[in-house]
Design a protein around this ligand. Structure first.
Ligand code: HSE
Length: 417
C-alpha cells in the first residue's frame, strides 16, 4: 500500500464509529446475541461500516468459564449511567423486570432491541412512545417468528399496502406435534410426551398447546398491520388438545392436513382474528410448513401474497433477528425509527360473522339427518367406524353453531381453510 492509500485507509478507520452495546440477560437468546456479534463481527463491519462492541452483559449469575466474564456486570445502573452505551438488547424474557429495565434504558435515550414477546405484546405502544420522546428506537423483530423477518417487512416493505389478511403458523411446538401426529399416526398425548422428553415442548406446555403463544404473536402482527392495539383477549383462541389421530385419518382421505393457524383479516372495514386448528389443502403454501418451522402468509391489496418462512425459535435464529435490529439502530443513532402502533384499541369483531366451511364428525348420524340440518354437504364415509364426517358449505360461525346445536352427537369440528 502506498502512502496515499494508507492515509485514505487511516481516515476511513477514524471515521468508522464504535457503537457500544449492552445485553440484558445472558440466557439462551442473550448468549446467542453475544455469539452472533462476535462470530459475525467482520461481516457486520463490512455491512454497516461501524464496529459494534458489546461493552456490558447484565446478568445476576457468574460465568467464570465463558468469554462473557470480561464484560459481565450485575448492576443495571452501570449500563444506564454509561453514555457510551447507545443500544441495549433486552433478552431477559418475562414481564418484570424486563419492562422496567427497557423503560429506563429508553428514557436515557438508549435504543432497545428485544426478543421479549410478553413485554412487546403488553407494553408495545407505551414503549414506542417513550422511544419516540427520547429520540431512540424500540425494535422487536425477534419477538414474533424467531429468526423470520416479519416485523420489518410489515413496517417497511409492506408499508404502502393495505394488509387484507395475515395467516401464520406461529408456534413451533404445536406444528411439531401436528406434523408428528400426521406422519406417524400417533395420538396427541404420546407425541406431546415425546416432544417434552426431547426438549421440543416445555414441561408446562399450556401456552403453546392452548394457542396462547400464537395468539400473542398474531396480536402483535395485527397491531402493526393496522397501527392500533389488538388485545390478545379479544382473539378467539383454540389450541390443538382436541385434535386426534382420527382427525388426521379424515384429513388424509381428503388430501389435506391440519395446522394451527393464527389468522387476522380485514373485511369490509371489520377486523377478525382467530387462533384455531384448520383443515388445510395443498393449494395453501402453509400446507408444506412442517415440524418446528414457522411461516407467515401476508395478503395485501396491491401485491397479493408474500410468505415468510424459517425457524420460529432457537438460540442463533432468534439472536440473529435481535442483531438485525441492533444494526438498524446503529445506522440511525440519535433518531427514532417510527413504528405506528397506537394504544387506541383495534375493535376485533365477534367471530360469529366470519364465513367459512366446517369439517364435522358426528356419531351415528344418517345422511338424511345431516342434510336436513346442514343442507348441501360433502360426505366422508368409511374413515372411522360408527361415525360420519362431512364438510359443510360456506356459512358464518353463528350459522354453524346454530345448526350444530340441532345435530345430535357431534364429535368434533375443524374449520376449513
Ligand atoms: N414456544 C414457542 C414455540 C417458542 O414453540 O414456537 C417461540 O416463541
Amino acid at each position: 500500500m502506498d502512502g496515499a492509500a494508507m492515509m485514505i485507509k487511516k481516515n476511513e478507520e477514524d471515521i468508522r464509529k464504535m457503537v457500544k452495546v449492552a445485553i440484558f440477560g445472558y440466557g439462551t437468546v442473550g448468549s446467542g446475541v453475544f455469539e452472533v456479534l462476535r462470530r459475525n463481527s467482520a461481516v457486520i463491519q463490512n455491512k454497516i461500516e461501524d464496529e459494534i462492541q458489546v461493552k456490558y452483559v447484565l446478568d445476576l449469575r457468574e460465568f467464570d468459564e465463558d468469554p462473557v466474564r470480561d464484560v459481565l456486570v450485575h448492576d443495571i445502573n452501570i449500563i444506564l449511567d454509561d453514555p457510551e452505551v447507545a443500544i441495549v438488547c433486552e433478552t431477559m424474557g418475562g414481564e418484570h423486570p424486563a419492562y422496567d429495565f427497557t423503560r429506563q434504558a429508553l428514557e436515557r435515550g438508549k435504543s432497545v432491541c428485544t426478543s421479549n414477546k410478553a413485554v412487546v405484546e403488553k407494553f408495545g405502544p407505551e414503549l414506542l412512545q417513550i422511544a419516540k420522546a427520547h429520540n431512540c428506537s424500540y425494535l422487536f423483530e425477534a419477538s414474533v417468528g424467531g429468526g423470520i423477518p416479519i416485523i420489518r417487512p410489515l413496517r417497511t416493505s409492506l408499508a404502502q399496502e393495505e394488509v387484507q389478511s395475515i395467516t401464520g403458523i406461529l408456534n413451533g411446538t404445536t406444528n411439531y406435534i401436528l406434523t408428528k401426529m400426521e406422519n406417524e399416526g400417533l395420538a396427541f398425548d404420546d407425541v406431546l410426551k415425546r416432544a417434552q422428553e426431547k426438549g421440543y415442548a416445555e414441561k408446562n406446555p399450556d401456552a403453546d398447546i392452548l394457542g396462547h403463544d400464537a395468539g400473542r404473536k398474531i396480536a402483535i402482527l395485527t397491531s402493526l398491520a393496522y397501527g392500533k392495539n389488538v388485545d390478545f383477549s379479544d382473539i378467539t383462541t383454540e389450541g390443538i388438545t382436541a385434535i386426534t389421530d382420527q382427525d388426521f385419518a379424515y384429513a388424509k382421505r381428503l388430501g389435506a392436513t391440519i395446522k394451527l393457524f393464527a389468522r387476522s383479516m380485514k373485511k369490509k372495514d371489520k377486523y377478525y382474528a382467530i387462533v384455531a386448528p384448520f383443515l388445510v389443502y395443498p393449494e395453501n403454501p402453509l400446507y408444506a410448513v412442517n415440524g418446528v418451522y414457522n411461516a407467515i402468509l401476508v395478503n395485501c391489496n396491491m401485491g397479493g401474497d408474500t410468505m415468510y418462512y424459517g425457524k420460529g425459535a432457537g438460540k442463533l435464529a432468534t439472536a440473529s433477528a435481535v442483531v438485525a435490529d441492533v444494526l438498524d439502530c446503529a445506522r440511525h443513532l440519535g433518531k427514532n425509527l417510527a413504528i405506528k402502533w397506537d394504544s387506541e384499541k383495534l375493535e376485533i369483531s365477534p367471530i360469529d360473522g366470519a364465513v367459512r366451511k366446517f369439517f364435522v364428525r358426528a356419531a351415528g348420524a344418517d345422511e338424511a339427518r345431516i342434510r336436513d340440518v346442514f343442507g348441501d354437504v360433502e360426505l366422508i364415509d368409511d374413515v372411522v367406524v360408527g361415525e360420519r364426517g362431512f364438510i359443510t358449505s360456506e356459512m358464518t360461525e353463528a350459522e354453524y353453531r346454530e345448526k350444530a346445536a340441532k345435530l345430535e352427537n357431534i364429535i368434533g369440528m375443524i374449520r376449513v381453510d
